[in-house]
Each structure stands twice: as C-alpha cells, then as structure tokens.
Design a protein around this ligand. Structure first.
Ligand SMILES: Cc1cc2nc3c(=O)[nH]c(=O)nc-3n(C[C@H](O)[C@H](O)[C@H](O)COP(=O)(O)O)c2cc1C
Length: 133
C-alpha cells in the first residue's frame, strides 16, 4: 500500500547551503533505496515535508525523523493512503530560497516572497490539508 505523510518541524540551528546539500544528498540516496519520493520545503526556519511510499518505509523514516536533533517540534499534518504519487519523479524535491542553491542541486525549486513554490503547493495531501505558510 502507498501512503503519503506530511509534517512540519523547526530547525534547531540555522541551516546553511552545505548543511542542506548534505542532508538532501543523504536523504535522496536513502529514499531511492526505500522507494520513497516527496518534497521538502525550507522557509523561515521551518521545514514542511511530504513523503510518499510503502507503509514500512514510511514507518522507518518517520522513526528516524523523530529522533533527528537537527529539527524539533515535529508536527504530523496528515497521513493517508494514496493511489498515485504526486512526486513520482523526485526522491526528494526541494523548495527554498534561491540563494541556498549555490550547488545547483537537481530538483531544486525557488520559493517566492510568500515562502512557497508551485511544487510546495502540491504537498497539500488529498484531504486538502494545507501546509502552513
Ligand atoms: C528536515 C529533515 C528532513 C529529512 N528528510 C529525510 C528524507 O527524506 N529521507 C531520509 O532518509 N532522511 C531524511 N532526513 C534525515 C533523517 O532524519 C535521518 O537522519 C536519516 O534518515 C538517517 O539515515 P541513516 O539511516 O543512513 O543513518 C531528514 C532530516 C531532516 C532534519
């Protein structure tokens, strides 16, 4: 069964370009192995992430995320079964400030002044659960 999970969290220390690059490289490699896809938004020190994939892989990543000291105040927004992936092409698409893409990451989408990108808007879940702006 495929599920989609979304949550928000707050950074513990400010993330720099290198921190985000390393986080994403590791996440993308592991997600590809676990058949997870999704989107990560980083704006105003807040992460909003949408992860989709098989239940067991989601359980395993969720347990790891809850223990990760790089963020805190992790709040589950939604977890629901899905019949198709919204982010099938990305092991973890990433939307954030343009200046944070110094390494020209593939799957990077710049956010507007409102702290959103078209891709981050797709991370709303089928129940219409909106990510906070
Ligand atoms: C905001 C945020 C998002 C993350 N997203 C992912 C992710 O999509 N996939 C992933 O494997 N790890 C992600 N991580 C890292 C995990 O919390 C954890 O450190 C990692 O999965 C452990 O990998 P390991 O099993 O190779 O030690 C994220 C961490 C943070 C702080």
């Amino acid at each position: 069964m495929l599920e989609r999970l979304s949550y928000t969290s707050k950074e513990t220390e400010p993330f720099g370009t290198r921190d985000l690059f390393d986080l994403l490289n590791h996440a993308r490699e592991k997600n590809a192995r676990l058949r997870l896809t999704g989107h990560l938004l980083y704006a105003h020190g807040v992460f909003t992430q949408c992860i989709e994939g098989p239940t067991e892989a989601l359980n395993s990543l969720w347990a790891a995320l809850l223990k990760d000291p790089r963020h805190h105040d992790v709040q589950l927004l939604d977890r629901s079964p899905i019949d198709h992936r919204s982010f099938a092409d990305w092991s973890m698409a990433f939307s954030s400030y343009r200046y944070l893409n110094a390494f020209n990451m593939p799957g990077f989408f710049p956010i507007d002044e409102g702290g959103a990108s078209p891709q981050s808007q797709m991370c709303k879940g089928e129940a219409g659960q909106a990510a906070p702006s």
